[in-house]
Design a protein around this ligand. Structure first.
Ligand SMILES: [Cu+2]
Length: 150
């Protein structure tokens, strides 16, 4: 229970900080892993007040972080890395299992339910100026709604 409260407080404070940079982040979470698992996904809702683009994501928890897109091709779910994700003004872009997501590759350690995973989003505005958004993203269990296989 304590962890739950902490997680929601952190989510609130993340939103407050983000108001200054015109990017909203809602309900971020990382899928917890089992031992030996080397990859996992991070998910959230992003909204921008002006046109912007998510160009990079970093995390000390993984050797490599990529922005991935999932799509169906011949009834097979395929995943590929994309250079960036457009955030059109006024729209909410959902990063969710089965769609766009942030992929954490070569995890340095197991991510357990309730852990907070630091993520840095790098967002580029139309003027090509970049800003970083620091998040502490709570891990949710493997079997939480919408968990996906990789
Ligand atoms: Cu992926």
């Amino acid at each position: 229970m304590k962890q739950l409260i902490l997680a929601s407080l952190l989510a609130l404070s993340a939103t407050a900080v983000l108001a200054q940079v015109q990017i909203g982040v809602k309900d971020p979470w990382v899928r917890a892993t089992v031992q030996q698992q080397k990859t996992t996904g991070a998910f959230m809702q992003l909204s921008a007040r002006q046109d912007a683009r998510l160009v990079e994501v970093r995390s000390p928890a993984a050797a490599t972080v990529e922005i991935h897109e999932m799509s169906m091709a011949n009834n097979v779910m395929k995943m590929r890395s994309v250079a960036g994700l457009d955030l059109p003004a006024g729209q909410t872009i959902g990063l969710k299992p089965g769609g766009y997501h942030i992929m954490l590759i070569n995890l340095k350690q197991q991510i357990k339910d309730g852990d907070l995973v630091p993520l840095t989003l790098v967002v580029e505005g139309k003027d090509k100026k970049r800003q970083t958004i620091e998040l502490q993203v709570p891990a949710r269990p493997l079997n939480s709604a919408g968990a996906m296989k990789h």
